[in-house]
Design a protein around this ligand. Structure first.
Ligand code: AMP
Ligand code: GLY
Length: 424
């Protein structure tokens, strides 16, 4: 059978790579794909992004299943369009995707269903927002309501920063419609983890735990990014915490959506903040897999993922049990010059070491130009190493990193430091 993965990042490369391992899969189309998916003979790039044209393509090529990677096509209703045309697709409908596409929707939803999250209020009036911040003090968190490609959240450590963020979003309209409303919420201290599950409308299947590194520089310094590295499993997610997150966050979310007339299908990603006492709160929902979390997660997943997706679309996820490589997978993102501000494109990338049993490199912002691989986006590659401990996985991943180069390459040297410092 032929499958389709929608998107062009490292997440989509990893999903397509995993799906293509199935003996019953002939070819995985990736739309639009990147320089890495272009090079793999089991994958084929398709230069289409319009969701109606993608449906035409899927119909014409007899695509058996489609998996949607990023939030933008989901929020635009790609799943609704595919379903209307009788095409099998895994992802949330436009209505369900509001859990990610509107922070205000997500916060109000969590409040209605008693799902633990930071206290908040929503504003479209700048004066009222400024007054709220003055009343509550810093640190405080300002979030654009809409999708802002990772630029919509300001964790303000001072009142001045908070006021600036409000002006940027509400007065100067720097984020356009996405910032026309803002959620202002309580600052939460603790350690973050990514909790990602698959939902078929009724049943929930948890994927392995993971942790991302959002800041650009070592020691969690510098600006927020889409994610500079991730590893799986995240030892902070103990079996007890796992059970609690399922009971207090994930299951009430799926049930709450159903109660409100929205059947949730697709990946559901709860970004968690876990406080010093081990209590989890929800920072945000994403209606998709994480990037770069997907890369180490897919590197650890065993078995035929196309069958899992088939069950997810059929509503029979309760029949699936996932099998994980017991090793830790750790992914280091190599980013372009001047990422995240205005990443430079067109830098020639050196040869990338071939995939091995303990290492695989997924592409994101890469492109083949005249037979040569060049950078074409902010996050360029994600190098994953697998080994029996976090430290060994770091060694394997960084050994590969050291063999790759391009002008302006930036990466963190400390991916996995929290887990490496924790007793295992
Ligand atoms: P979000 O897109 O809502 O997950 O926010 C992006 C990042 O901002 C998160 O991964 C956290 O690092 C940080 N963040 C968001 N909300 C809060 C909060 N209430 N308290 C502290 N940090 C936060
Ligand atoms: N790695 C964070 C995200 O995908 O939202």
């Amino acid at each position: 059978m032929k499958l389709l993965v929608v998107g062009s990042g490292g997440r989509e490369h990893a999903l397509a790579w995993k799906l293509a391992q199935s003996p019953r899969v002939q070819l995985v189309y990736v739309a639009p794909g990147n320089g890495g998916t272009a090079q793999d003979e089991r994958l084929a790039n398709v230069d289409i992004t319009d969701i109606h044209e993608l449906a035409d393509f899927a119909e014409r090529e007899g695509v058996a299943l489609t998996v949607v990677g990023p939030e933008a096509p989901l929020a635009a209703g790609i799943v609704n369009v595919f379903r209307q045309r009788g095409l099998k697709v895994f992802g949330p409908s436009k209505e369900a995707a509001q859990l990610e596409s509107s922070k205000d929707f997500a916060k109000a939803f969590m409040k209605r269903h008693n799902i633990p999250t930071a206290a908040y209020e929503t504003f479209s009036d700048a004066a009222a927002a400024h007054a709220y911040v003055d009343k509550n003090g810093a640190p405080i968190v300002i979030k654009a309501d809409g999708l802002a490609a990772g630029k919509g959240v300001v964790v303000a450590m001072s009142l001045e920063e908070a006021h600036q963020a409000i002006d940027m979003m509400l007065a100067d309209n720097k984020l356009g419609d996405a910032g026309a409303r803002v959620v202002i919420e309580e600052f939460l201290a603790g350690e973050e983890a990514s909790f990602i599950v698959m939902v078929d409308g009724k049943h929930v299947l948890a994927l392995a735990s993971s942790q991302d590194h959002k800041r650009l520089q070592d020691g969690d310094q510098g600006p927020n990014t889409g994610g500079m590295g991730a590893y799986s499993p995240a030892p902070i997610v103990t079996p007890q915490l796992h059970a609690r997150v399922m009971r207090e966050i994930i299951l009430p979310t799926v049930a709450g959506m159903e109660k409100e007339g929205i059947r949730y299908t697709g990946f559901l990603y709860a970004g968690l903040m876990i406080d010093a006492q081990g209590n989890p709160k929800t920072l945000e929902f994403n209606c998709r897999m994480g990037d770069p979390e997907t890369q180490p997660i897919m590197a650890r997943l065993k078995g035929d993922f196309s069958k899992v997706v088939e069950h997810a679309i059929a509503g029979t996820l309760n029949q699936v049990e996932l099998d994980w490589d017991r090793r830790t997978a750790l992914g280091v993102v190599l980013a372009a010059h001047n990422y995240p501000e205005t990443p430079r494109k067109g830098d020639r990338i050196s040869d990338i070491p071939a995939e091995a049993d303990d290492s695989v490199t997924f592409h994101a912002g890469t492109q083949m130009v005249d037979g040569k691989l060049v950078t074409s986006g902010g996050r360029v590659l994600c190098v994953v190493g697998l080994a029996d401990s976090v430290r060994s996985a770091q060694n394997v991943a960084y050994e590969t990193v050291n063999r790759i180069s391009f002008d302006g390459m930036q990466y963190r040297n400390d991916i996995g430091y929290r887990a490496a410092g924790r007793k295992q």
